[in-house]
Design a protein around this ligand. Structure first.
Ligand SMILES: [Ca+2]
Ligand SMILES: [Ca+2]
Length: 212
C-alpha cells in the first residue's frame, strides 16, 4: 500500500475546498473580507510542487509561484451544503450507507461532518453559490504542505498517529469524522483535514502537468 492509499477511505467520498480570487500579490485581496465560511489567507509565495517521495504523477518536483489567495479552513460540512441545496433547490447528495450513520446528510447528528457523494459539478455549483471557486491543484497543494520543506504530510514527514482520519477505525472513526477533529494534523497554512477524512475537489480532475 502506498502512503497515499492510507487516505482513500472510500472511492465515492468527495467534497470541496474552496478559495477565492485575490487581486493583491502581497497583502491579500485588497483588504476585502473573505467570502462566507471560515477561511485562511495564504500570502503570495513560492513552493515546491510535486514530490519524489510520492512519485508517479507527482514528479518532477518544480517551483511554483502563487499570488495570495483564500482557502477554506475546513472541509465543507453537511450543514453548509444543505443550506445551499435548500436555498437553491439543488438535489441532495445520495446516502453513502455508512453503517450506524443513517440519513448521513440530513441527520443533525452529522451536521458538522463533511459532505460526501458530491460530484465535481455539484462542487462547482456550490462554490459559485458561496461566492467562491474551486482551488487549482497548486493552490490546494500549497495550502496542504506549506512553502518550507516539501513535507510529505501537512504536519511533517512522518505519518505518526492521530494526525488524521485514515483508513480503519484505529483513529476512532470508521467512516468520516467531524471536520477539524485532528488538531495536530493542521497544515502550515492553518487548514484542517487536508490529508485524511474525505478527498477535496480541485478545479480540474487531472491538472498536474510538470514542466517539460
Ligand atoms: Ca479512520
Ligand atoms: Ca480531506
Amino acid at each position: 500500500m502506498s502512503k497515499r492509499n492510507y487516505f482513500l477511505i472510500t472511492l465515492i467520498l468527495a467534497l470541496l475546498a474552496l478559495s477565492s480570487c485575490t487581486k493583491d500579490n502581497t497583502t491579500g485581496p485588497d483588504n476585502d473580507p473573505p467570502p462566507p465560511g471560515e477561511m485562511v489567507l495564504i500570502p503570495a509565495g513560492t513552493f515546491t510542487m510535486g514530490s519524489t517521495q510520492v512519485g508517479g504523477t507527482a514528479i518532477p518536483e518544480h517551483q511554483v509561484h502563487l499570488d495570495a489567495y483564500w482557502m477554506d479552513k475546513y472541509e465543507v460540512t453537511n450543514a453548509q451544503y444543505k443550506l445551499f441545496c435548500d436555498t437553491t433547490g439543488h438535489h441532495y447528495p445520495s446516502d453513502p450507507g455508512f453503517s450506524g450513520m443513517s440519513n448521513y446528510f440530513t441527520n443533525s447528528l452529522y451536521s458538522n461532518y463533511p459532505v460526501v457523494r458530491v460530484s465535481w459539478f455539484d462542487a462547482d455549483s456550490f462554490a459559485t453559490w458561496a461566492g467562491k471557486r474551486l482551488p487549482t491543484e497548486a493552490e490546494w497543494e500549497r495550502a496542504a504542505k506549506g512553502d518550507q520543506d516539501n513535507r510529505l504530510w501537512p504536519w511533517g514527514d512522518n505519518l505518526g498517529t492521530n494526525n488524521a482520519n485514515i483508513y480503519g477505525s484505529g483513529d476512532g472513526y470508521t467512516y468520516t469524522s467531524p471536520v477539524g477533529t485532528f488538531p495536530t494534523g493542521v497544515s502550515p497554512a492553518g487548514c484542517y483535514d487536508m490529508a485524511g477524512n474525505v478527498c477535496e475537489w480541485c478545479n480540474y480532475l487531472l491538472q498536474h502537468q510538470p514542466p517539460k
